[in-house]
Each structure stands twice: as structure tokens, then as C-alpha cells.
Write a protein that binds this ligand. Sequence first.
Ligand code: ZN
Length: 124
Amino acid sequence: MEFPTTQLSIYAEDMIRESLAQSRSMNIDSVDQHEFEVHHRKEQFVVNILNRTCSCRQWDLDLISCSHTCIALSTRNLNLHLYTDKFYYVSNLINLYKKGTRPIGTVNQIRNIHQGGNDGILPP
Ligand SMILES: [Zn+2]
């Protein structure tokens, strides 16, 4: 089955949808071409769409748009999917699992393997 290359996983779509909904109650000021100040209640966040950063750190760490990023990208009419890491693209997830996954066994099977040993972990 072929998916458009920028189609996001359901998980990512849900996260972005939630962020977009949250962003509707925010106000935004443009600092320059790439940087924005986003105001939400009494908090203030700085989004830089060129560096793909937000001071809340979600965009930097999870590589998926936070609500502050959503409002900034929407202000510039930029496609949210293109600013989400390729990791979340369906096409990449399919490639990741193409080789198949091996079952890891039951808890008891795992316990039997490690019985009697200290699992190689030594006390400090
Ligand atoms: Zn943010």
C-alpha cells in the first residue's frame, strides 16, 4: 500500500490536532521573519521556525509541533506536516517494521533465562 510521503501516523495527527485546538486561545506577535512570541494566559513562549525550536522544548525534543509552533506556522501559512520530523511519517514507520519483529516471549520464559544469575549487573 502506498501512502503520500508526508502522511503522518495517527499518533502524530492526534497530537497536532490537539495542539491546533489549544493554539486557538493564544495570541502571537511576530519578532522577525522566523521568530515569534506566543502568549498563552500569563505565559510567554518563543518560537523560531527556522531553527525549529520553541521555549517549551516540545518541538526541539519530540520533533513534533507544540501548540505554540502550530500558531506560528499557521500565521505564515506553512504546512504543519512539513515541519514534523520524518520519523512520524507513515512511510518511514512502514520501512522501520518491514523486516518484521521477533516475539520476546512470556514473562516466565524471560525469568527462566535469567534465573540463578545476577544478570551481569554488579553492585557499585
Ligand atoms: Zn511550544
